[in-house]
Write a protein that binds this ligand. Structure first.
Ligand code: ZN
Length: 174
């Protein structure tokens, strides 16, 4: 198990569409374990493989309520609805926080590390984390989902000031 370095905004890998995982190899298991270590080290509640430099459809999420950690291989949204707005942050965009509107609930199907089928019926924070992480697999960042004015303001500020190396409050970073 190892803590990996997190790719930051501007890294082209964060903009690539990640590849589906075929067989669950020892390498995939190791990567998932390292992602969990990295997520907790960064005090995050979710992490996608492209954020640690692996262009694969693999995410890990922490369920704050149950304290469970879930590993999802090739996750896909099969249903969803409603609308909810809440502040998001991203480990790849340290120090940037903004309200994002997304479906309030989703059903996500995936494989687990034992090649079993996983179905998550998620609402609230977990639904948001899952959608944020799955966006990473398609090269989408949460700032892409903001209104253009807010997005441009954030992009200009990053261009001018850069991203901070370390940020004090990262209670909700994905
Ligand atoms: Zn993120």
């Amino acid at each position: 198990m190892a803590v990996l370095s997190v790719r930051k905004y501007g890294d082209p890998l964060l903009r690539r569409r990640a590849e589906a995982i075929g067989a669950i190899t020892p390498e995939v298991r190791t990567l998932a374990g390292d992602m969990i270590d990295t997520m907790y080290d960064e005090v995050g509640i979710g992490l996608a493989a492209p954020q640690v430099g692996a262009s694969l459809r693999l995410i890990v999420v922490a369920d704050a309520q149950t304290r469970d950690t879930r590993v999802l291989v090739n996750p896909a949204i099969t249903a969803g609805g409603g609308e909810a707005t809440a502040e998001e942050g991203c480990l790849s965009l340290p120090g940037v926080f903004a309200p994002v509107t997304r479906p309030a609930w989703v059903v996500v199907e995936a494989r687990d590390l034992d090649d079993g089928k996983l179905v998550l019926d998620a609402r609230g924070l977990l639904a948001r984390v899952l959608q944020h992480e799955m966006d990473h697999l398609d090269g989408v960042l949460f700032i892409d989902r903001l209104d253009p004015v807010t997005r441009d303001r954030i992009k200009r500020k990053i261009k001018k000031d850069g991203l901070p190396d370390d940020v004090g409050h990262r209670a909700f970073a994905l």
